[in-house]
Design a protein around this ligand. Structure first.
Ligand SMILES: Cc1cc2nc3c(=O)[nH]c(=O)nc-3n(C[C@H](O)[C@H](O)[C@H](O)COP(=O)(O)OP(=O)(O)OC[C@H]3O[C@@H](n4cnc5c(N)ncnc54)[C@H](O)[C@@H]3O)c2cc1C
Ligand code: FES
Ligand code: FES
Length: 466
């Protein structure tokens, strides 16, 4: 039985856990405000909010309901557009109307839900955060200027929000109906789902599987990993950072432990998909989908990460580098799953950078991506790891260029020579994301970008391309 709260109503359903939350909302519950656009996580028309009990408060985030397996809603508060305006338009909706930020209206519920979700966060709001919250929403007819103006006015309306208790403040100021004040008590009464240990298809955030094979997931036996508390959490332990495999990209980006060692993490992770997809897609899903351009694989490959694989009571630890065997082929035995990622804490003298080129800034998979990790002794490279995606059948750890750079002084000449080695090490193919020649050029540019960004005083673009 799947139990959750949909707006103000408690739902108990024995519908298949792999059907989409979107279909359940629209066709099962007759709530048509949540729209169907692409069904691929791209347009944001189906955006709803997912509230999770945290102590005695509820934390909300935006998700796309078209890629959410119904079973992932268990124990959650799901809020649709109908749930935020029981009687009148909310101030967020009123602002959209005032600014003419809606035309045909098809995208509007999605924008309203994203902007409402950003208002519910326990942090100060501002225009940049309001705009970031709609990074997963597309409008095909209004034009974005009026939407941007509405977002600006909404952040102004929210500027005095009580960040210690945003839900109470939003209820008092009529952004949310009163029933929100009682959701935590209701959620506390829902028993967690038991962990199924069957040899079924694992489904985590669903952002990959629900695009690839939604019909199959809606019919087959599935093993839901998204809400498994034993696979959550990011902690520092004995010189390592341990990341639970069900942590999503937002968990990693917002983790204080990760931020301590990677203060630029937000700027790197903002390049990954959009806010709702980052709120859903897990680290294990990113590694196990075995895409040659998966961003998190590229990011963690250079950090010498290991993964712990589990099957019943047996575990084994392998380097992430050896997890990817060939195109979509992994060192993952039948019945095994990824339990966690172990990242050694970097030494004091390290430098790190992540770069990605894709056709669009938001919501897009990389054409080519790359990460670099360096340990330095003055201007001599003592340790080096470089990875790249989109230039071979798997996310690639680049052994040859990494080894070449060890012991070298950082000069323009060193980087030019390193690029020659790099070009021999990669085997890109032409596909929808670019020709093989283009991908070679892109990776050269990303290599140069790493060094220009990390060593602006000694590396110059003009010297590199002269
Ligand atoms: C609109 C959109 C934009 C995207 N943009 C990006 C992007 O910019 N960069 C990027 O890298 N990716 C992107 N993706 C791909 C996807 O979001 C990520 O790969 C995500 O991390 C997948 O995680 P998930 O939990 O949703 O995986 P799921 O779809 O739930 O599962 C994917 C695979 O992983 C397996 N799996 C899940 N958990 C485990 C486990 N613990 N052990 C073993 N196997 C497991 C599943 O069985 C399945 O085979 C995008 C997807 C969409 C829809
Ligand atoms: S319908 Fe387009 S993101 Fe869900
Ligand atoms: S108002 Fe028509 S798609 Fe946005």
């Amino acid at each position: 039985m799947i139990s959750f709260i949909l707006n103000s109503e408690t739902i108990n359903t024995d519908s298949h856990p792999g059907t989409t939350l979107l279909d359940f909302i629209r066709y099962g519950q007759n709530l048509p405000g949540t729209k169907i656009g692409c069904r691929e996580g791209d347009c944001g028309a189906c955006t709803v909010l997912e509230g999770t009990l945290n102590g005695d408060t509820v934390k909300y985030k935006s998700i796309v309901s078209c890629l959410t397996p119904l079973g992932n809603a268990h124990g959650k508060h799901i809020v649709t557009i109908e749930g935020i305006n029981l009687k009148n338009l909310s101030p967020i909706q009123e602002t959209i109307v005032e600014q003419s930020a809606t035309q045909c209206g098809f995208c509007t519920p999605g924008f309203v839900m994203s902007l409402t979700g950003h208002g519910m966060a326990e942090e100060k709001t501002n225009y940049q955060k309001a705009i970031a919250s709609v990074s997963g929403n597309i409008c095909r007819c209004t034009g974005y200027k009026s939407i941007e103006k509405a977002a600006e006015n909404i952040s102004e309306l929210l500027k005095n929000k009580d960040i210690d208790n945003p839900i109470n403040w939003l209820v008092e100021n009529k952004f949310l109906p009163e029933y929100f004040l009682h959701i935590s008590e209701k959620l506390a009464q829902i028993e967690p789902m038991s962990n199924d240990s069957g040899l079924f298809q694992i489904v985590a955030g669903g952002t990959d599987l629900m695009v690839q094979k939604p019909e199959e997931i809606a019919e087959t036996n599935i093993n839901l990993f998204y809400n498994r508390s034993d696979l959550k959490g990011i902690n520092e332990e004995k010189g390592n950072i341990i990341i639970g495999s069900a942590c999503n990209a937002t968990d990693i980006m917002n983790s204080e432990t990760i931020q301590k060692y990677f203060p630029e993490i937000e700027s790197y992770f903002k390049l990954i998909s959009s806010e709702p997809i980052r709120n859903m897609g897990t680290i294990a899903g990113n590694l196990a989908n075995a895409s040659p351009i998966s961003d998190l694989s590229i990011f963690f490959l250079v950090l010498n990460a290991n993964i712990i694989l589990k099957e019943s009571d047996n575990t084994r630890t392998i380097p992430l580098k050896s997890f990817f065997l060939d195109y979509k082929k992994l060192d993952l035995k039948k019945g095994e799953f990824i339990e966690s990622l172990i990242v050694p804490i970097p030494t004091l003298n390290f430098k790190f950078n992540f770069e990605k080129v894709s056709k669009r800034t938001h919501l897009d998979i990389a054409s080519v991506n790359s990460a670099i990790y360096l340990e330095l002794n003055k201007d001599i490279i003592e340790n080096c790891s470089i990875s790249a995606g989109g230039v071979g059948p798997v996310p690639k750890y680049l052994h040859q260029i990494s080894n070449y750079l060890i012991g070298k002084k950082i000069t323009n000449g060193t980087i030019i020579k390193a690029n020659e080695i790099l070009q021999k090490e990669i085997t890109p193919i032409s596909d929808i994301r670019g020709s093989k020649q283009y991908k070679r050029l892109l990776l050269r540019q990303l290599l140069f970008a790493h060094f220009i960004k990390l060593f602006p005083e000694s590396i110059s673009l003009n010297e590199l391309i002269s």
